[in-house]
Design a protein around this ligand. Structure first.
Ligand code: F0G
Length: 284
């Protein structure tokens, strides 16, 4: 279906990464999702989810978030003329993401607990208040995010041998599976890259202890586990060798490729912009 509420999401660059390719022994491409309107891939799914919420006459949208979903929900809700309520794990959301939600006028509620606690509360509020939950348990989100895989197949003229991406709740991994099915040119080997210390990582975007899409994501993808040191090493390498400043979690795909060394034509998804988390630089 056509998207009613749009901020110009999608159509992001797929950039060749010659220096990283040499270092990692493969032909590496970077899908630059930081180029989306609010600076992350979430915009693809939010455009569809908020459009459908509006169509259904929903009074508002609600989500839990480690930051990017809330920034995106706030922006698309404003665009749609709907209120947004965002539930955030207190003290664990990067500054740029908070700033986005505040300026867009979303109602912010800090939850004293983890992402899971905030997520439970978001689902409860959606059920009791009739607001639409725009977390990735909402199938409209994955429907929209699937467009990234279709774009990659078009940009390369075929599917890559390998696709590597950060693994938080696993929704995006499932969305890529769906998108490659839609593209109809086969499915690459999928590497879903998580940080071993899920509860306490510099990659705050994927600070999720119990991935809600675990079963489907892990049936489709190989799980690769890296640590914060590897995240930081590849986060800076992406900026220093290829000029792209992503947020720490977004470096997980490249860190996973460095670990597995799959060879062939590889696409790593850089899921979010580095400006979202300026304080991460203090860890260098
Ligand atoms: N990369 C970034 C930058 C993210 O913000 C997220 C998830 C992921 C990767 C992982 O995607 O959960 O579909 O496996 N962020 C969510 C949020 C949890 O609230 O913004 P996933």
């Amino acid at each position: 279906m056509g998207v009613g509420v749009s901020l110009g999401e999608g159509g992001t660059p797929l950039l060749e990464a010659p220096r990283l390719s040499e270092l990692l022994g493969c032909e590496l491409w970077l899908k630059w999702e930081g180029a989306n309107p609010t600076g992350s891939f979430k915009d693809r799914g939010m455009a569809v989810a908020v459009s459908r919420a509006l169509e259904r006459g929903a009074p508002g949208v609600v989500c839990a978030s480690t930051g990017n979903t809330s920034a995106s929900a706030a922006a698309y809700a404003s665009r749609a003329g709907l209120p947004a309520l965002v539930l955030l794990p207190a003290g664990a959301v990067a500054r740029g993401k908070l700033a986005q939600a505040i300026v867009a006028g979303a109602e912010l509620r800090q939850v004293d607990g983890s992402f899971e606690d905030a997520h439970r509360e978001a689902r409860r509020l959606a059920e009791t208040e009739g607001w639409v939950n725009v977390n990735s348990v909402n199938p409209d989100r994955l429907d929209g995010q699937a467009s990234a895989a279709v774009e990659i197949a078009e940009q390369l003229g075929e599917v890559p041998d390998v696709l590597a991406l950060p693994y938080g709740g696993g929704g995006n991994t499932c969305a890529y599976v769906l998108g490659f099915q839609r593209a109809g040119r086969g499915t690459p080997r999928l590497l879903a890259v998580q940080v071993g210390q899920r509860a306490d990582t510099i990659a705050t975007a994927i600070r999720i202890v119990r991935p809600v899409h675990r079963e489907r994501a892990e049936a489709a993808a190989e799980v690769v586990t890296v640590d914060d040191e590897e995240i930081v090493r590849w986060w800076t390498a992406i900026a220093r060798l290829e000029g792209l400043f992503c947020e720490p979690a977004s470096a997980a795909g490249v860190a996973g490729v460095a670990k597995v060394r799959p060879g062939g034509r590889v696409v790593c998804v850089l899921t979010g912009h580095g400006l979202k988390d300026p304080d991460a630089v203090d860890r260098l």
